[in-house]
Design a protein around this ligand. Structure first.
Ligand code: UT7
Length: 325
């Protein structure tokens, strides 16, 4: 697993000087202490994605020309049109690969895993590079304290290939979506002007071209804990396992209180739930692969361990993946 976060640290103390907030509120409500920000205005999500892919390529000594397909899971592509994945693939030398972007907000990485695994299971492709990357700072309003304290920038990359032993690798993935609450966590593109977002557009100043994400935090929180619970049970039941079998649960890092709720619900101990939200905030599509990279590097995941990934995000979208490492 490759990972990359930019050097610049945006601490709670720094945010205190920017908006009406404080370290105590942010820490108790979210668990976040700091997040990483890609400051350079001329660098986008592709920069983060390329860095994480290069980290992986170097660690595993991968020949980029052997990669058949590149998926960039992201909610913040460099451009609305012209695939970020195509740009990344070319830059890293994956010249034999085809590529595309995939957007399922905070669930994007799990959607990408399921997609990549399906291509490999079908026998059509042998090596798929999946990158979860987001430059959230490019879409955040740093005068809105309800969102600016939460998000950070980063990227993580994995390469998927065939495992001949059926009892290893990705054992199952479970994906869901439900569009009726789309507005509760959304970022509109007024230029695209679809009719059903008209009422949101009316709430905005039509002369103001700066549109930022809106999040109904409490509503999203309540839905997240329900869906996380359902989709974790779904993965365990499908594989005839119980929570005792989980070596490590790596949840999307949305809010420490969400992870703690799940931990209590499934009676997991501290070592069974991975948390790094204090360092990076919510990095959307990047949060799971960055957490996996760190957990692996720190020795929390070993061969044959059962690792469970779960996410919930805008859409709403949610999902899980069960892996025998
Ligand atoms: O990754 C995608 C999925 N996203 C999530 O899962 C996010 C889920 N939601 C959350 O994590 C939480 O709802 C938040 C962290 C966003 C907010 O925490 P909360 O405990 O739900 O707070 P709240 O929105 O109910 O706000 C409580 C109070 C309000 O003041 P009043 O009305 O009680 O006077 C807010 O105005 O806290 C105020 N507040 C703040 N105060 C200081 C809101 N943001 C801030 C802030 N600093 N940054």
């Amino acid at each position: 697993i490759g990972a990359y976060v930019p050097d610049h640290i945006l601490s709670n103390q720094l945010l205190e000087t920017m908006v009406d907030t404080n370290d105590e509120w942010i820490t108790t409500r979210t668990g976040i202490k700091e997040r990483r920000i890609l400051k350079d205005k001329d660098k986008g999500t592709s920069y983060l994605a390329i860095k994480s892919a290069e980290d992986l390529i170097q660690k595993k000594n991968i020949d980029p020309k052997a990669i058949d397909m590149v998926i960039v899971a992201t909610a913040t592509p460099d451009m609305m049109v012209a695939s970020t994945a195509a740009f990344v693939a070319t830059k890293i030398g994956a010249t034999n690969a085809f590529s595309y972007d995939l957007q399922a907000a905070c669930s994007s990485f799990l959607y990408g895993m399921s997609t990549a695994a399906s291509y490999i299971e079908s026998g059509r492709y042998k090596k798929v590079l999946l990158i979860g990357a987001d430059k959230m700072s490019s879409i955040i309003d740093y005068s809105d304290r309800t969102t600016c304290i939460i998000f950070g920038d980063g990227a993580g990359a994995v390469v998927l290939s065939r495992e001949e032993n059926n009892s290893k690798g990705i054992l199952s993935t479970h994906l869901h979506s439900e569009g009726k609450h789309a507005k509760e966590l959304s970022l509109i593109s007024p230029g695209l002007g679809t009719r059903w977002v008209t009422d949101i557009i009316e709430d905005n100043d039509p002369n103001d071209e700066s549109y930022y994400p809106y999040m109904n935090g409490q509503f999203v929180f309540k839905n997240a804990v329900v869906r996380f619970t359902e989709v974790i049970y779904e993965a365990l039941n499908k594989n005839n396992l119980t929570q005792k079998d989980i070596k490590l649960l790596v949840p999307h890092q949305a809010n420490l209180r969400i992870s703690q709720f799940i931990q209590r619900k499934f009676e997991l101990n501290d070592n069974q739930v991975y948390t790094n939200i204090m360092k990076y905030g919510n990095t959307t599509a990047a949060s799971i692969p960055i957490a996996l990279a760190e957990a692996h590097q720190d020795g929390h995941i070993k061969k044959n361990d059962i690792v469970l990934l779960a996410a919930f995000g805008s859409g709403f979208t949610w999902g899980s993946a069960l892996i025998r490492w």
